[in-house]
Design a protein around this ligand. Structure first.
Ligand SMILES: NC(=O)c1ccc[n+]([C@@H]2O[C@H](COP(=O)([O-])OP(=O)(O)OC[C@H]3O[C@@H](n4cnc5c(N)ncnc54)[C@H](O)[C@@H]3O)[C@@H](O)[C@H]2O)c1
Length: 321
């Protein structure tokens, strides 16, 4: 099989590229390297064809989709700081970009998986959140919510392409996915804490630190992606993908310090200081993953301690290069 991965030089996409190459598939990556990096594909550089370009380039996307058997659409503008600081660019990439990729897939009736996010649930604090739960969204003029809005429209678009045109679409809603190669400077908490702990800097906990989150190792997430991509049972469906082990951000900071053997301190930073004015966050975000377990037999296998160790080891490896 020949797979086109949009955003394939990014964090999840590069791990998926590794997994597809390892099982003998061929991979074409389309990426504009805004948050992705060619170095992420260094292990498969001879097996993956990397196209530097934008998903907003409809002619290029159509050409590449026409040459492939399956599309995995991961390209997106993401990271809290990108979304809040460049709302227009983020919204355009996430809305128009997905529309272009879906239009191209529909032209050739090429099966497609579209990546979505737990952010679509917005401020819904229900624990755990299942695929049928409602969205509770803030004000549309707050850039904070534009990512949630765009990804929700992406889901609808993908689903209605399936329903009205019979395009074999699949949707995956990632909850916090973490691991080696993820970068911290766009607002991802685990890589930010690990880098600070390893360098002996203070770990900045935003807000009260009582927010509850769950973290899924990227290799577990890639295993889920492959199951969704390979199974006809996933066509026209949406699946939550995440780990349901809960931890507060304060306890996460303490755990990162203990697992890395760091002497770093923890400092508290108010949301007002950490984010632009008017930022809102969710208190809890816990996935219900019973659907993907029931339909495809997937469960996460890797815990937080191993995640922290893997990120620290990866960073140490890069520092020695
Ligand atoms: N990592 C997570 O915790 C998480 C959670 C929820 C959803 N997701 C979704 O998973 C997907 C992959 O995320 P990731 O964590 O690997 O992030 P990432 O930033 O590492 O990957 C996104 C990739 O898309 C590329 N890209 C951005 N705009 C582009 C454009 N206009 N044209 C071509 N390429 C472009 C970036 O350069 C990057 O390589 C995204 O759709 C994201 O919304 C991720």
């Amino acid at each position: 099989m020949k797979y086109l991965i949009t955003g394939g030089a990014g964090f999840i996409g590069s791990h998926l590229s590794d997994a597809l190459v390892a099982r003998g598939d061929s991979v074409v990556v389309l990426d504009n390297f805004t948050t992705g990096n060619k170095e992420n594909l260094s292990g498969v550089v001879n097996s993956v064809s990397v196209v530097s370009g934008d998903i907003l380039d409809s002619a290029l996307v159509t050409k590449l989709v026409g040459e492939c058997d399956f599309v995995v659409h991961l390209a997106a503008a993401l990271g809290v700081f990108n979304i809040v600081n460049k709302p227009l660019e983020s919204l355009t990439t996430n809305l128009k970009g997905t529309e272009i990729v879906l239009e191209a897939a529909a032209k050739f009736n090429t099966p497609i998986l579209v990546a979505s996010t737990s952010e679509i649930y917005g401020k819904n604090n229900k624990v755990p959140l299942n695929e049928e739960d409602d969205r509770i969204i803030g004000h549309p003029l707050k850039s904070r919510w534009s990512y949630s809005e765009a990804k929700a429209v992406d889901e609808s678009l993908a689903y209605f392409y399936f329903q009205e045109k019979g395009l074999p679409t699949r949707l995956v809603r990632f909850f916090n996915t973490v691991g080696p190669r993820q970068v911290g400077h766009y607002g991802m908490v685990v890589p930010r804490f690990v880098s600070a702990a390893v360098s002996g800097d203070a770990l900045s906990v935003y807000g009260s630190g009582e927010q509850i989150r769950c973290f899924c190792h990227v290799s577990d997430a890639v295993r889920a992606l492959l199951l969704v991509m390979d199974s006809d049972k996933a066509i026209g469906e949406v699946f939550n993908v995440g780990n349901n082990q809960q931890i507060s951000i304060m306890d996460l900071a303490k755990k990162v310090i203990s697992v890395t053997g760091s002497s770093s301190s923890i400092e508290m930073l108010s949301y007002e200081k950490a984010y632009p004015a008017g930022f809102e966050d969710m208190e809890r975000r816990v996935p219900d993953i019973s659907k993907i377990e029931r339909v495809l037999g997937w469960k996460p296998q890797i815990g937080l301690e191993q995640i922290i160790k893997d990120i620290a080891a990866h960073n140490a490896g890069r520092a020695h290069k």
